[in-house]
Design a protein around this ligand. Structure first.
Ligand SMILES: Cc1cc2nc3c(=O)[nH]c(=O)nc-3n(C[C@H](O)[C@H](O)[C@H](O)COP(=O)(O)OP(=O)(O)OC[C@H]3O[C@@H](n4cnc5c(N)ncnc54)[C@H](O)[C@@H]3O)c2cc1C
Length: 410
């Protein structure tokens, strides 16, 4: 059992109060393991944009198990869009409306709400559980040994614990401190993403719409996704585009007006430009099997298929399980094996997610003449053959299915 200078005791330190770190802390608490979070930002921070709006049903179940009521709360606060629709150069090629939200038990197949809301509810759950978050505490150094971990924050505070979960996001200090490195590539084209507030007087129909070669956006692909309170407009830039020009206030207002409707012109609340990294850390644990990387500290995926936050939450749950079992053993080889099992499973899962997101990216951005021809043929056939339109509707998000949930699976 470790402690900080003030003597408070925690078996585990989690770095980062993002969705991954907060889930890790809730999952450890649920298993009876004392845990403390160290977070670099101040408590009154403002997190930008809607970001991870799409929460998979499996994620809702994980959160509900670790913090009863949390999965249900997110499902109640979010929305489920019943309709999915795809257009090819302005002509509809696929539409399907579902009569119920699917899923299992009380939880739907998915829910859609701004990430900042999800984080607020996670924080409330941590407060209810009595888990401490130390704000303004950026971790600067990490030293692991056979017996545990010692970390020092920027202002010189030292902390000791048996295990450390590194959930400190894409620029992770913990990752660098254990000598792990990101491996992978960057997407070719950029994307411009805008959050747009809903018009409460005249809300749009709840539907996820994908436009191939949108005729009034100069032939760019456009994805429109509703979330509670607003819309995400996601525009795929051409290779020749200057994304910053498209993100300029007047230009984005025009793009929003032409894609969502004139009444949304002045409702843009956030704009950003992205090139996506497709990378995984070359290892998820340290030499002494005391530090476990999770979430974006361990991997970054292109966002199609919503694998970012969802996979971070799965990492967090798996890290909490591994640490809990390791803490119960007095045998070093057993403890090490638990952490190694975590790495084996989550590295495979990350590789699966990276491939899946990569397939989506390749489908959307790739130069393959075969894929281009398949898309054109499917669009032409869609009037008579629903499966062709369904393929066009499905393919931008990568393959169906889930990452492996056991080490032998792949
Ligand atoms: C435009 C966009 C759209 C997205 N859409 C989706 C989506 O639909 N679905 C989905 O699943 N995902 C989506 N994502 C990805 C999702 O936002 C991220 O995967 C998610 O935020 C990662 O969570 P995390 O907790 O691992 O990292 P973060 O959210 O980055 O949290 C890391 C935390 O660590 C803290 N920190 C950093 N350094 C230190 C340090 N040295 N010491 C202590 N604390 C530190 C940070 O302040 C932060 O609070 C999207 C992302 C973007 C940008």
């Amino acid at each position: 059992m470790g402690s900080d200078e003030s003597g408070s005791e925690s078996s585990v330190i989690v770095t980062g109060a993002g969705p991954t770190g907060m889930t890790a802390a809730l999952a450890l608490h649920a298993r009876g393991v004392p845990v403390t979070i160290l977070e670099a930002d101040p408590q009154d921070r403002e997190r930008p944009g809607s970001r991870a709006i799409y929460i998979h049903g499996a994620t809702l179940h994980t959160l509900e198990q670790n913090s009863p009521g949390l999965g249900k709360k997110l499902a109640d606060e979010g929305i489920v869009w019943p309709t999915r629709r795809t257009l090819w150069r302005g002509k509809q090629v696929f539409e399907r409306t579902y009569s119920n939200p699917g899923g299992s038990g009380e939880l739907p197949h998915f829910t859609s709400l701004p990430q900042v809301w999800t984080e607020d509810y996670m924080l409330e759950a941590l407060e209810d559980a009595g888990v401490e978050v130390h704000w303004d505490s950026p971790v600067e150094t990490v030293e692991s040994s056979l017996d545990g971990v010692r970390v020092e924050t920027e202002d010189g505070d030292e902390w000791e614990a048996s295990y450390l979960v590194g959930a400190d996001g894409a620029g992770s200090t913990v990752r660098k401190q254990i000598g792990a490195e990101f491996d992978g590539e960057e997407s070719k084209n950029s994307f411009v993403i805008a959050d747009v507030e809903e018009d409460p007087e005249n809300p749009r129909r709840l539907e996820r719409v994908f436009h191939y070669d949108h005729p009034t956006v100069d032939g760019r692909n456009v994805l429109l996704v509703p979330f509670q309170g607003g819309w995400r407009v996601d525009i795929q830039c051409k290779e020749t585009d200057d994304p910053e020009r498209l993100a300029n206030d007047d230009v984005i207002s025009n793009l929003v007006a032409t894609t969502l409707g004139e009444r949304y012109r002045d409702r843009v609340s956030w704009v950003s430009t992205y090139q996506f990294l497709q990378v995984t850390a070359d290892r998820f644990i340290d030499d002494h099997r005391r530090v476990l990387l999770a979430g974006e500290a361990a991997h970054l995926f292109a966002p199609f298929g919503a694998r970012g936050m969802n996979s971070g939450i799965a990492d967090a749950d798996a890290a909490a399980s591994a640490i809990t079992v390791a803490l119960q053993s007095n045998v070093d080889s057993v403890r090490r094996a638990e952490v190694e099992q975590y790495a084996a499973l989550r590295e495979r899962s990350a590789a699966w997610n990276k491939d899946a997101a990569g397939q989506a990216l390749e489908y959307l951005q790739g130069d393959s003449p075969v894929t281009k021809a398949k898309k054109r043929l499917a669009a032409a056939a869609s009037d008579h053959w629903e499966r062709a339109g369904e393929w066009l509707d499905d393919a931008p998000y990568g393959p169906h299915g889930s990452p492996p949930t056991s080490v032998g699976q792949y």
